[in-house]
Design a protein. Structure first.
Length: 134
């Protein structure tokens, strides 16, 4: 009998201790707080900002492709490493909505030789100091 009373007292003490250290979670308060935070987030503003950033990235990628295209057309060739970098840039540009003239330029770059013409062995694409590329 004493053992039963002792075990019951210890169990009660442990449960009270657990309850003090682990208060009950008020799910309703958490749900209300989440709803309040959701109202504070203006999704249309975020979407507008994302659209603006997307447009800016498309424009910057296009400008870089155009710049390297003009240089390559002037020289008549493009190093394979530069072609590879522009291919990656074009794929990113195309995947976010860029197209049209950028596609035409990358096709022209793909068709360029990867070695300088016979009469221009010393030329390097990135030595274009008059444009301030690098």
């Amino acid at each position: 009998m004493a053992t039963g009373i002792g075990a019951s007292s210890i169990t009660t003490w442990l449960l009270n201790r657990y309850d003090r250290r682990h208060p009950a979670v008020d799910v309703d308060k958490i749900v209300k707080r989440i709803e309040e935070l959701n109202r504070q987030i203006d999704l249309s503003t975020l979407a507008d900002k994302l659209d603006g950033l997307n447009s800016a990235v498309i424009e910057l990628a296009f400008l870089r492709i155009r710049e390297r295209h003009e240089t390559a057309m002037r020289h008549g060739w493009m190093h394979p490493n530069e072609k590879h970098v522009l291919e990656r840039l074009y794929h990113a540009y195309h995947s976010i909505g860029g197209n049209g003239v950028g596609t035409q330029m990358i096709e022209e770059i793909r068709n360029l030789p990867s070695m300088p013409p016979e009469d221009d062995q010393a030329s390097r694409m990135c030595d274009d100091t008059d444009e301030g590329d690098y």
